[in-house]
Structures are given as C-alpha cells and as structure tokens.
Design a protein around this ligand. Structure first.
Ligand code: NAP
Length: 689
C-alpha cells in the first residue's frame, strides 16, 4: 500500500522515491512512503491562507465542540486502528496508551476548553491593571492565536497519541497544522488521518499530512509558525539550528531523550508496600510499548542495603514476561518498532554495559511466542546493574529506547538526588516512600530537573496513574535534555500557540473590545432589574445601584447571636478599640454581604437560577453602628455553560455614606438562557462546573 500525503486539500501520491515500511512483528512489507514532488512552500501557504482565517473565526467553544465530535468519530473506529497498530509491535494493552490515550486526549481537551476558556476568540490573561491616577487609562493582557502554521514532527513510538496530543492544543488555539509522522509507523497515523479527513468535521485547511521526508518545508517557515518536534536529541538539534528557525525566531519546542528515574525511599525496605509498588512499576515501564515510551523508567535507584533484594524481585517478575506476537493474548510484550530500532537499542545496551552488568536478560537473545526474532523486531527485557553509579557517566546519559533499565544503589538521600540529577533534566521521576521527610527532601531536590514527579505509596496505590502516564491536564515536557518544553501539556499548552499582548486603553475601550466590564467603563442602566433578564438579554455593564441601609448596633447584636459569631470585634467595645484595625465595635463582614444581598436581590422566581459563589472578596473599611451602606451591582462577564444556562459574573461594590468602598467582590450566578427552560433546571441539582 502506497501511503499518500494530504496536501492543499487533497490526497497526493508521490510519483516515486518510496521507502518500504515493514511489520515489526513478521517483517513483511506493509506500506511504502514518499513525499517526493510535494510543493512544501505551497503547503505552508495553503495552511496560512485557507485554513487560518476559517479557524480563527471560530470561538474556543466552537473549536472544542468540533474536537469532541472528532474524538467521537475516531472512537467509533478504534478497532480498525488497533488492527494496524499490532504491526508496530504493540499489544492490546499498548493500544490503550497510543490509540485510546490519543482519542481520550481529544475528549479531555474539548471538555476542559469549554469549562476553562471563554466563548471568545481571545483569552483574557490576568485582571485589569490601572495605569492613570484618574482611572481613564488601564491595561489588560490578552492572548490571540498565532497566524502561522504548527508543524508537528513526530517520533515513531506513538503514531496516534503523538499526533492527537499536539493537534488538540493547536486546534483549540485556532492554529492549523502540518503533521509529519515518523516513517516506520506512519501507516497508523495515515489511517487515523484518513478517518479525520473523511469525517469532514474540521474546517478545510485545518490539517495537512506529510508522509516521508519534510523536504524543504523548514525553508518556508516564518515568525508566526511553531515547530514542534518529538524524537531524538540529535534530530532536535538539527531542527533547532536550522537557519530559518533562528533567523525568523520560529517557536521551537522539543520533546526528546529522557533518562527518567525511579527512586526507592530509604524507608521502603523489602516487604513494604512501597518496595512492591516500585518493583511492579519498573517491570510495567520496561515492558509497556516494549519500553519505547518517552517517560519510561531508565534508571532505578535503591538504598544500597536493598540492592540485592530489588534485583531478585525484579528478576523474578521479568522472568514471567512473555514476549511474542502482540496479537496473542498470553503475550505481555510485543516487538520494537522495527529492526533498525532494535539494532540501535542493542548498540546502546552495549554502550551501557561498559559500566554495568546484566542482572537479567540478553539483548541479543530471547524466547519469542508465535513469531521469529529473524524477521520480527523482538527483544526481551534487559535489566542492568551498576554498583558504582557515582563513577559512571553513560548510565546517566545513554537512553536505550527499549525494554531496558539500570538498577543502581545509593548511600544517602543527598546522593540519590545527585545521581538523579545527572540525567540532565527529565520528563518524569517517581518516588516510592511512605516517609514524609525522605520523600519531601527527594521531591525538592530533584524538582527543578523534572517536568513531573509522581509519589507512589500505600495511600495512593489504588488510584495512582503510574510513573509514566501523561495526563492532558498536566505538564508533558521537561527541562534540559528532555527538551526544555515545560509549557507543553495542560491548558497552558494551548497558549503556546498564542501570543500574549498587553492592550493599554481606556476602561471603556477595553470593556467593548474584551466583552468584560471593569470599573471606570460605562454603566448601562435599564428600566427593569437585571435579575429579571435572561442570560442572553443581559448586557455587559448593566448596572443597578441600590438605596442605602443604615446598620445599627441592634443589627450587629442580632446577627451575632443568630449566627453564633460573637467575635469580640463585634461585641466588646474596649477589646475592639484595642485592635489596630477597628475604631470600636464593627459590623461583621458576613453581615455586610447578607445586607448587600438584601439590597440588590430581586426576589421573585425568574432567570437567576442559583448563587454559584464569590470571587476576590475583600473588606476594605470597617463599618460602625450608624454607618449606612449601598451597593452597585454590574454585569462584568458572561460565560455559556449549557444550552439551558450560563454563568454571569457580577462586579459588586459596597460603599458607605461617604462613597468609600467598604467591600468588593465578584458574585457568580447561573442564569437561564430562555424563559421556557428555566423551571426544569431550577428543579434539578445546582449547576456546578
Ligand atoms: P528521530 O530519529 O529523531 O525522528 C523523529 C522524527 O524526526 C521522525 O518523524 C523523523 O522522520 C524526523 N526527522 C529525522 N530527521 C529529520 C530531519 N533532518 N528533518 C526533519 N525531520 C526529521 O527519533 P525517533 O528515533 O523517531 O524517536 C525516538 C526518540 O524519540 C527517542 O530517543 C525518544 O527518547 C524520543 N521521544 C521523546 C518523547 C518525549 O516526549 N520526550 C516522546 C517520544 C519519543 P523519519 O521517521 O521519516 O526519519
């Protein structure tokens, strides 16, 4: 089968220059790849000119809805992707990481984007900054999508997840992409891409696919583009040092080699739950995806006294691992991605063995079920041991990207920290300890060298996600040799495809541009109370100012005894006076909030469904008996939540009889969108995020 690229809105078959792609399991040729003849300049232009404007016209919620539909579409076809994925050497268990994990990432990003990003085409970042003394000039940071293209150059180990985990944030940001999968497993990416195109869910030009080499694509990149690379250190340096990347300041992110560590705490003696968890996790990391996982444990550190026991426990578990045809149910570990990849792992093991000895396994020999090591890229798990890791260098620098780990002893926690840090910066480390002081020392000691640290102990054993499962909500990236890409993963990953800009203008201009009211911007007065207005009818800036209410000593006494809050500042004149903040007895802050609600609430059933909470509450000035308060309530921001209701953020300011602000906060309510759906929602559970 000749794999085709998808460029300029159509499938493209190269006229020649094909390289064969072989099954990792039996070596048969299953596909051919070539990008010969592609016009890479036209591909970059097409992405910018055709895909860009359409994507940017959508809001984050629009894009999230498309992403969710796409995830659903792919999920319905995952069996077909599993079938292909077996030929990469992956077992059914491995599909859960690559295929299900990739599709799950789309679902997770889509869901979080709807909750955490506005239904706008920009993101507000931080609050308003007042600049002028009179309040007529202010500033606010916003993020808008880059208008270039995101180029994904991906590694062979995750042909599905690798593409989708990059697609989700870029697409949500409003940036189109060009995907270049690693050739050896490109047939899986190709099939998923084909399903994406057939779905017709994404706008034209949103995605293009290059199967084969990237030709002169990098020559056509520009300052609004992002080059996102996953693969080896060596290739990463080539791309980073490309003259266009440097000259045009193309945003470059890399996810690359990582000598991830697992550390058994000094308290975790053989027989403890943490010791068992450590052993289980190392075996799992060595054998999942045949160790071809960027986060896989490569270095395992144990207290010297437990070294022999750890080696024995690992040997015993590794001996039970059945290697072979990944389609067979009994088989625990499949093949590496190809024979060339196996050769590379063997060469790296040979290098490691100049400093370490084999505790288990032989890189050149393994018993295989249902397949042959001649044609299939099989390799058994190899556990190495290095008893003098302080004197070694290769064990901290050479990544054998396969089922290989090195066990090493340490003599103190400080030494363990030193050894872990010799990895030069990693994606993930895991700590196995139930002793707070050791675990805390380790975490703080290795934190700055890692993107993620997972502490595994008896308390979280039932729920922990394991050493190496990247979660869409969390960082996937790491400092130093791991690529320095701390901003990848999580919702901040989306912002990597956006530019942060400070907008300095009058509060009125900022309010109209950003659909977010702030003090100093115009207030909109309507005849009826804003609580009578449905979500869609409410206007940003809509305001009511209430009448005044005088607070008496009886009010304070009553509130104190009614609630049980008889704190001395409200009850004891002498003691209150002695306090540096109060002139004498003062009203409770909660009394002010309650009275404020009493002043602004419009009580009859209507569009306001629920009080959802308060943000940024501050009490600025004490209120004494005899003072009077009034309230200004203004619609600050609106965020759609469900078709039936949306969240309204109100700016609330309580002032005293001198016009001084005594308290300030943001009130959140859920408001019905339409009259007819208001009642059923009211009857249901309170709406929560
Ligand atoms: P690789 O050889 O560096 O290749 C990675 C990608 O770069 C492939 O798509 C490859 O395409 C492409 N490529 C190679 N040379 C290129 C060039 N001159 N210009 C443009 N593209 C080029 O890495 P790999 O062997 O596929 O992947 C294994 C490595 O990836 C391991 O070292 C592993 O640590 C790392 N990895 C890291 C992470 C992470 O998140 N940190 C995740 C997964 C893997 P072809 O396939 O067509 O050559």
């Amino acid at each position: 089968m000749k794999l085709r690229s998808y460029a300029l809105g159509r499938w493209y078959e190269a006229p020649g220059g094909f390289v064969d792609i072989h099954s990792a399991v039996d070596g048969r040729t299953i596909a051919q790849a070539s990008s010969a003849g592609l016009d890479f300049g036209a591909i970059a232009r097409y992405a910018r000119e055709v895909g860009g404007p359409k994507l940017r016209a959508l809001t984050f919620h629009d894009r999230a809805a498309l992403l969710k539909s796409l995830a659903t579409h792919l999920n319905e076809r995952k069996e077909q992707f599993y079938e292909l994925s077996y030929d990469t050497g992956a077992t059914m268990r491995d599909h859960a990481f690559d295929i299900d994990g990739g599709i799950g990432t789309l679902f997770a990003y889509a869901s979080r984007a709807r909750k955490e990003l506005p239904d706008e085409r920009f993101v507000l970042d931080g609050d308003i900054e007042s600049i002028g003394k009179k309040g007529t000039f202010a500033a606010r940071h916003i993020l808008t999508p880059l208008q270039g293209v995101a180029v994904f150059v991906n590694a062979y180990n995750f042909p599905c997840w690798g593409m989708l985990e990059k697609l989700a944030p870029a697409f949500l940001a409003g940036v189109r992409c060009i995907v270049k999968p690693a050739t050896v497993t490109a047939y899986v990416t190709h099939a998923i891409f084909q399903a994406i195109v057939e779905s017709e869910i994404l706008p034209e030009g949103a995605m293009q696919l290059i199967v084969g080499s990237t030709g002169d694509l990098l020559e056509h990149l520009d300052s609004q583009d992002v080059l996102s690379f996953t693969g080896s250190l060596e290739t990463s340096l080539k791309l980073r040092d490309h003259h266009v990347v440097a000259e045009k300041a193309v945003r470059f992110v890399a996810e690359r080699d990582s000598l991830n560590a697992a550390i058994l705490g000094p308290d975790a003696a053989p027989g403890s739950p943490e010791f068992d968890l450590f052993v289980r996790e190392i075996v799992r990391e060595m054998t999942t995806k045949a160790g071809q996982k960027c986060t896989a444990i490569r270095r395992a550190f144990v207290p010297r006294a437990f070294y022999a026991a750890a080696a024995d426990a690992l040997r015993e578990k590794l001996a039970a691992v059945i290697v072979g045809d990944p389609r067979l149910e009994r088989v625990r570990m499949g093949a590496l991605a190809g024979l060339a990849q196996r050769d590379e792992v063997r060469a790296n093991v040979a290098m490691l063995m100049t400093e370490a000895t084999a505790l288990f396994g032989d890189p050149n020999r393994v018993e295989v079920e249902g397949a042959s090591t001649e044609t299939g890229a099989f390799m058994g798990p190899v556990l190495l041991g290095c008893e003098r890791p302080l004197d070694a260098t290769k064990v901290h620098e050479v990544e054998a990207f396969g089922p290989v780990a090195t066990l090493m002893p340490y003599d103190s926690v400080a030494e363990a920290i030193d050894l872990v840090r010799r990895g030069g910066g990693s994606l993930a480390a895991s700590v196995y300890s139930h002793d707070s002081s050791a675990a805390n020392e380790l975490i703080l000691g290795i934190g700055s060298a890692h993107g993620r640290i997972i502490v595994i102990d008896r308390d979280d054993a039932g729920e922990q996600t394991g050493h190496g499962s990247p979660l869409p909500a969390l960082i996937h990236g790491g400092p130093g040799r791991a690529g320095g890409s701390e901003e990848l993963g999580g919702m901040r990953g989306i912002f990597h495809y956006m530019q942060r800009t400070a907008i300095q203008a009058s509060p009125a201009r900022l309010a109209s541009l950003l659909n977010a009211w702030s003090r100093g911007a115009a207030e909109v007065r309507t005849e009826s109370h804003p609580f009578r207005h449905y979500y869609d009818e409410l206007v940003i800036g809509e305001t009511i100012v209430t009448g005044a209410r005088t607070i008496t000593l009886e009010d304070i006494e009553h509130f104190a005894h009614f609630t049980g809050d008889t704190f001395y500042a409200h009850m004891d004149e002498e003691a209150a006076k002695a306090n540096p903040f109060f002139p004498g007895r003062v009203a409770h802050g909660y009394l002010l909030l309650s009275f404020a609600a009493g002043l602004f609430v419009e009580p009859a059933p209507g569009p306001v469904l629920a009080n959802y909470g308060l943000d940024n509450l501050r009490f600025f000035k004490p209120v004494s008996p005899g003072d009077s308060i009034s309230v200004r309530l203004t619609v600050k921001q609106k965020s759609p939540r469900k078709p039936e209701y949306g969240e309204v953020r109100w700016d609330v300011e309580i002032t005293n009889q001198h016009g001084e602000t005594v308290a300030s906060y943001e009130l959140l309510t859920m408001n019905a969108t339409e009259k007819e759906v208001a009642s059923p929602v009211l009857a249901g559970p309170p709406p929560v995020n």
